[in-house]
Design a protein around this ligand. Structure first.
Ligand code: 5AD
Length: 344
């Protein structure tokens, strides 16, 4: 069976991935999830790593058709956090047991290299035992190098789709698939633990484009991989498109775990938004990371990539406590650790 071969060899051809995808059934997904859970346990036991997500800005110069903070969304109430705001979030996160901070935001021209290097080096100095992850979109190689030198360790940049034509369906003309891929390659070369990823069920996605995603992940060997369902946002051109499937998302998580046993794989907020038990289902399918929100209460609702995002109404401490309990209730442990990728 193909799933067994994926587990053993960790490599399949595009056609074989396509066969695994078109052959999706709940039974096959359960089979894959069981195996993925065992593979994950062999590397990470029952540990779940926690990352404090700080949404630094919802200004964005891009106009991605799926995203609620795209520049042409005039109803988006824009904000950006100050250095002090960000440091306050880190302090709160540290006290809650987090040892990774993720600074995520739209491509906001305010965050020049100078501004970011100052913020990153201050966090590096104040929290020497923590990892700093950036998720700030496409930047120049020089910029990535400066941020790495300032003390950032990881960078998340979802590839969104590994199919160039499909990339064109999701993005405005001025954005390019080749630049996305160039950024990912450079990030890895520079030495960042690099994360790619995709939305499941994005408009125009097919089993073929998903097979390309799996094949790309196999070849790129990212340290992290974000896989969450597409969820429509009312103020985007994709407002009437259906959300992606939670079951298919979990199946993909399992396949990614099987091809890449050590990868850091979050049970995403989007999966938890689509289904109230989504994050638990993600963990049981092979995910090993959760990313609770540390952003200040006042801005939570404004960082709306998709509608009805969860935990926009609760304090960080509250949501971390709730997540810890939920993780524990499904048999995992939320650990206090940087949670770097482990060697196979
Ligand atoms: N639904 C789900 N995920 C989305 N993202 C952006 N918009 C949406 C949406 N409508 C994801 C993208 C991006 C990440 C930060 O959030 O994959 O890379």
């Amino acid at each position: 069976m193909l799933i067994d071969r994926l587990e053993q060899t960790r490599r399949l051809t595009f056609e074989e991935y396509l066969q695994l995808l078109t052959g999706f059934t709940p039974q096959l997904a359960e089979y894959a999830a069981d195996k993925a859970l065992r593979v994950r346990e062999a590397v990470y036991q029952r540990d779940v790593y926690v990352r404090g997500l700080i949404e630094v800005s919802n200004y964005c110069k891009n106009d991605c058709l799926y995203c609620g903070i795209r520049r042409s969304n005039k109803s988006c109430d824009r904000y950006r956090l100050s250095k002090e705001d960000i440091l306050f979030c880190c302090k709160e996160g540290y006290e809650l047991g987090m040892r990774t901070f993720v600074l995520q935001g739209g491509e906001d021209p305010y965050f020049t290299d100078q501004v970011l290097v100052d913020i990153v080096s201050t966090i590096r100095k104040e929290y020497p035992d923590c990892a700093i992850t950036l998720s700030l979109g496409e930047r120049s190689r020089d910029s990535y190098e400066a941020l790495f030198a300032a003390g950032a360790n990881r960078y998340l940049l979802r590839h969104e789709t590994a199919d160039e034509k499909h990339y064109g369906v999701l993005h405005p003309k001025e954005m390019s698939f080749s630049n996305r891929m160039k950024c990912l390659k450079e990030l890895k070369e520079i030495g960042f633990q690099t994360g790619c990823g995709l939305m499941v069920g994005s408009p125009g996605q097919t089993m073929e484009t998903l097979a390309e995603d799996l094949f790309f992940i196999q070849e790129f060997q990212p340290q992290m991989c974000g896989v969450g369902p597409f969820i429509p946002h009312r103020d985007t051109p994709f407002r009437d498109s259906p959300a992606g499937s939670g079951e298919l998302t979990c199946y993909l998580l399992s396949l990614v775990r099987l091809m890449h046993p050590t990868v850091l794989l979050p049970a995403t907020t989007a999966l938890g938004t689509l289904d109230k038990d989504g994050r638990e289902k993600g963990l049981r399918a092979g995910a090993n990371v959760v990313m609770p929100n540390l952003s200040p209460m006042a801005v939570r609702k404004k960082y709306e990539l998709y509608n009805d995002k969860i935990s926009t109404g609760e304090e960080s401490a509250q949501s971390v406590k709730a997540i810890r309990k939920r993780i524990h209730d499904c048999g995992f442990d939320m650990v206090i650790a940087r949670g770097d990728i482990l060697e196979a």
